[in-house]
Design a binder for this molecule. Structure first.
Ligand code: UDP
Ligand code: ZN
Length: 348
């Protein structure tokens, strides 16, 4: 029998329906597509080294090691050439006409070029390379958050089914001039929990999940990787800090580095288990001005794209997940236990 579960953070419902896996089509196959290797450089790629003029002026960079060529880099952050929102010196104006409200598309849309190697991917490198990406997020989140209302969101798309249009390893950071309704809902739920219990819902949740263990994938002293109780997609994984911190922009080095360790471990596990699975991840933090809040904590949400939302999801908002998170966590634990020595090797 399927089970309807209520998400403790959103109060949205999810159907955990393993029976849906029996359908001959569309079931997530634990033997996904093999990893597709690309050339190490592509002369047509705007993010490859030597094509720096193809991007607008750089916002931030990590230089390559000193013994490499002058001007060489290991990571760059540049403005997106096709931005969803663009910078301006003034705050976005809102207009309301009748029932319709609009805000000017003022904000920022940046690309984090994660490696000079066209074919690199997060599981391929070492923990330091992933920590460098998170350092870029932290630096830019700090630079972009201001006293205007809004949100700063680092995210990554991997694979065509997850919306990638360019294969060079990259992620994006968008700063919006509004706080989406979904965040208001997260805040309302977390605030109500704080009123009742005097603690942060996210920190209490992490402690309870670590004590229970069934949905824990892997953990370090400072961070944990969990399959959420009301996972909306098969193998959805959250990486969370164990101590309270509302905004990733304020994460300490240890939290950041241990998040990198878990992120690489989880993506390696997903790749071992499912092949080159498409996924999105989003690094969710408190909106601008709420950085000091006691009731919200940042979290990195990784959502493999193995199912297609259809009419039921459209009509109800209820996600149908054919893989129970307890099973997903057990499979990921098992696959990670089988390869600790290989994590850290450069290529699979
Ligand atoms: N892009 C860019 N400069 C280019 C070509 C692409 O800034 O010369 C941006 C593009 O707008 C896109 C991003 O690079 O936002 C690639 O992102 P991704 O493939 O993850 O997904 P998309 O944003 O296209 O859905
Ligand atoms: Zn490239």
């Amino acid at each position: 029998m399927s089970e309807l579960r209520r998400d403790p953070f959103t109060r949205d419902w999810v159907a955990i329906a393993p029976g849906r896996r029996e359908r001959p089509q569309r079931m997530p196959t634990p033997a996904g597509s093999p990893v597709r290797r690309l050339p190490a450089a592509d002369p047509a790629c705007p993010f490859c080294p030597g094509r720096e003029e193809a991007t607008p002026p750089e916002l931030w960079r990590l230089p390559a090691a000193v013994d490499t060529a002058p001007g060489a880099w290991r990571l760059r952050v540049v403005p997106n050439r096709y931005p969803v929102v663009a910078p301006a010196a003034r705050p976005a104006r809102h207009h309301t006409t009748g029932l319709h409200t609009e805000a000017e598309g003022i904000g920022s849309h940046e690309v984090v070029i994660e490696s000079p190697d066209h074919d690199w991917d997060l599981p391929d490198g070492d923990d330091t390379a992933v920590a460098d990406i998170l350092r870029a997020y932290r630096t830019r989140c700090l630079a972009l958050r201001d006293r205007r209302p809004g949100l700063v969101l680092p995210f990554r798309n991997h694979g065509a089914a997850a919306g990638t249009s360019l294969p060079h390893p990259h992620s994006q950071i968008v700063a919006t001039p509004i706080v989406p309704a979904r965040f208001r809902q997260l805040f309302d739920v977390a605030r109500a929990y704080y009123d009742d219990h005097g603690n942060c819902l996210y920190v209490d949740h992490t402690a309870a999940e670590l004590a229970d263990g069934e949905r824990v994938i892997t953990a370090t002293d400072h961070t944990a990787a969990l399959a959420p109780y009301a996972a909306r997609t098969p193998y959805e994984t959250w990486i969370v800090p164990r101590r309270h911190q509302a905004s990733f922009a304020d994460a300490c080095d240890e939290d950041l580095e241990q998040t990198a360790v878990l992120l690489r471990r989880v993506l390696t596990g997903l790749r071992d288990l499912l092949g080159d699975v498409p996924y999105n991840y989003a690094l969710i933090s408190a909106p601008n001005g709420e950085e000091m809040t006691a009731y919200f904590a940042w979290h990195l949400q990784i959502a493999p794209r193995l199912t297609e939302p259809a009419g039921f999801e459209l009509g109800t908002g209820i996600a149908v997940n054919p893989v129970p998170p307890e099973q997903a966590a057990a499979e990921l634990r098992q696959v990670l236990a089988a390869r600790p020595a290989r994590i850290g090797s450069s290529r699979p």
